[in-house]
Design a protein around this ligand. Sequence first.
Ligand SMILES: [Zn+2]
Length: 62
Amino acid sequence: MAASRTETDASQWEYTTYAPAGEKCSACMKPFKVLERVRRGHMERVSGAPITLYRHLGECPK
Ligand SMILES: [Zn+2]
């Protein structure tokens, strides 16, 4: 693997934040703990508005 940390499975990761209640990780599909630190990003869709994604900080994706 190259040394680059560029993400290829999401269009953009914007910043680190706290997980909103009820959100699940888009990689492992497990719900976040209360106030768990997550990465926030979004994915463009052909139809409809972009969807917001959250992932475990430092865990997903591996
Ligand atoms: Zn996860």
